[in-house]
Design a protein. Sequence first.
Length: 320
Amino acid sequence: MKFVFIVNPIAGNDNKARIFARIKSTFRQIDDEMIIEETKCQGDAKRIALEYSQQYGGNCIIVSCGGDGTVHEIANGLAGSDTPMLILPLGTGNDFAKKVYGTKKINVENVIKAFGFYNGKIKYDIKPIDLIDYNGEKCINVMSFGLDTLVETIGKKLADKAPFLGHNAYNLGIVPVIMKPLHYSISYDINCIDKKTGESFNYKSDNKDYALFAICNASYYGGGFMPAPDALLDDGKLDFVLVKGLSLVKALPLISKYSEGKVNSDAFPDVIEDGYAVSGRVWMEDGSPLLGNCDGENFDYSEVNFKVENKALKLCVIKD
């Protein structure tokens, strides 16, 4: 088996050299092959993953060695293929990895040991997971609009300038955003599934006054905020949460609850709408760019058409 380690050299973890020295030493003692490919610019991770997938199919595993941006690119390269992805969380936020490994406090050394990369007894299970298709691109984690996009943008800039801040960069990014009115406008037409009855219904609004709108395949984003704590990666459904436009006074008590995964329509029925979605359309009535991002990467679409792609990606998970 070929293990292709796609490495983002500017990702957050400072111990990459030591980590890869140990992994290389292990591969010298086993029959599996270790290949290291460093990215140099945006799009490289997708291109490299696609090239190896087309050449080796299920006989190679693409190892994502970076953060959420690297995971996003590799997922786009491997979607619909027989080539699995394995995640070594070496970035700053590592939000998708938090869902995969079931903890907000990821220790990359423990992940490496669990897969056997230090002792040569490599083991894993392969789990097919869902993706979100949006305008032909793929989202593996969360697509979101409004306040959270602004926080992502500021948080990423802070993290780039001060890597020592880690996920706290996103917490700091909230401050300048919430000091302004939390009222944005969006239109949507979403095909949903009722949580209690399982029946299909339509959820739509024109020029909705909102603060944030998250459509989630997984649970975490923005350095650890949790819009969808119960999201499943393989259920063919997307959890969504919409926070209506609100004042700073109403927003402040929600921030810590949102981080803890406790903001839902049961707890805050006056400001929260949530449910399950399978497809839909989101747009700006005036044709201006949406205030949106996917997996932490901003986009400038004025309209997004999305749908669940059921079990579209093979993911390596820690073997029980």
